[in-house]
Design a protein around this ligand. Structure first.
Ligand SMILES: Nc1ncnc2c1ncn2[C@@H]1O[C@H](COP(=O)(O)OP(=O)(O)O)[C@@H](O)[C@H]1O
Ligand SMILES: [Mg+2]
Length: 292
């Protein structure tokens, strides 16, 4: 007799990953409050303006960040899909510029408690958003907790946000170290990109990246890639107070221009990894949780 975990694993192995070209970018950090949610929603807006179909997935279980910054209260979240027979389209909410987003809500923490049928349903439904998006941006909490770490491990493109604060840099390194130590993590498959936020100049941002990248290469044999810096900008803070993304409220502010440059750089980078789509990513995530 197979036990439930074993049966689930074999289903996940068999389940033909839906052929998808959706790029999944997971935004994370070592420390909280460094700008992940702002970068997630503003990148989404910028990528949308650049002609991409974008979906944002809010996977920060504690704080409902994306909805606050979009100024929209979603009716349903991932838990409603898993437990209340909602379909993926029911749990998509519309933010500015018609950008759709999914609120993970309590659904993320429940992933280990799902029955085989529920896992099947979840992965199949997520496969549908892979068809609706060119880019899926996942906003996570700070990556030191185990559940966030699993999310990051299951991702192919990781966008690590750090600030010039010494604690942010050391926590970023701690996150990379924890990733590297984890058995589920594959150096070859993961692409780790770095954004430095709240910098006084592009130069400062690059210097911070260089420091982090040098120690990561030397001690962890990890290659990091610089995506750019976002200026410390009071306009961004004002926009947060208004519950509007800075790229909409202050389109020409420094922060907005920086994010625009980063979005273009992200689009310039060819993806070589075969790990594509959010259905596959969740499939890996559930497998990771089951093999613990
Ligand atoms: N580039 C920036 N310039 C000025 N303030 C910023 C910038 N980025 C973030 N902040 C401030 O930091 C706060 C936390 O940002 P947030 O995106 O919620 O971080 P996280 O999601 O990492 O916890 C914001 O509400 C804003 O006040
Ligand atoms: Mg956040």
């Amino acid at each position: 007799m197979m036990d439930q975990a074993e049966e689930l694993r074999s289903i996940l192995k068999r389940q033909n990953p839906i052929k998808s070209n959706a790029r999944v970018i997971t935004v994370t950090s070592g420390k909280g409050g460094v700008g992940k949610s702002n970068i997630s929603v503003n990148l989404a807006i910028t990528l949308k303006r650049l002609g991409k179909r974008v979906i944002v997935f809010d996977a920060d279980f504690g704080l409902a960040n994306v909805e606050v910054l979009f100024g929209v209260v979603p009716q349903y979240n991932l838990a409603d899909l898993m437990y209340k027979d909602k379909g993926i389209k029911d749990i998509l909410s519309k933010g500015p510029l018609e950008i759709e987003f999914i609120s993970g809500g309590s659904g993320i923490q429940e992933l280990t408690n799902l029955s085989i049928d529920q896992v099947h349903y979840l992965i199949q439904q997520l496969g549908e958003i892979d068809e609706l998006a060119d880019v899926i941006i996942i906003d996570t909490g700070a990556g030191i907790s185990n559940s966030v770490l699993e999310f990051v491990i299951a991702s192919s493109e990781i966008l690590l946000v750090t600030t010039p604060e010494p604690t942010s840099i050391t926590d970023s390194y701690a996150l990379l170290k924890a990733l590297n130590r984890n058995k589920g993590f594959s150096k070859e498959l993961a692409q780790i990109k770095v954004i430095t936020n709240r910098v006084s100049s592009e130069n400062e941002g690059r210097e911070i990246f260089n420091k982090l990248s040098t120690v990561s290469k030397k001690f962890l044999d990890l290659d990091l890639e610089f995506m750019g810096a976002v200026t410390y900008d009071l306009n961004l803070q004002k926009a947060v107070m208004e519950q509007r993304p800075v790229t909409m409220l202050y389109e020409n502010s420094n922060a907005s221009q920086d994010i625009n440059n980063i979005a273009k750089r992200i689009l310039d980078i060819e993806i070589q990894t075969p790990k594509k789509g959010i259905a596959q990513m969740f499939s890996r995530l559930i497998k990771l949780k089951l093999t613990k």
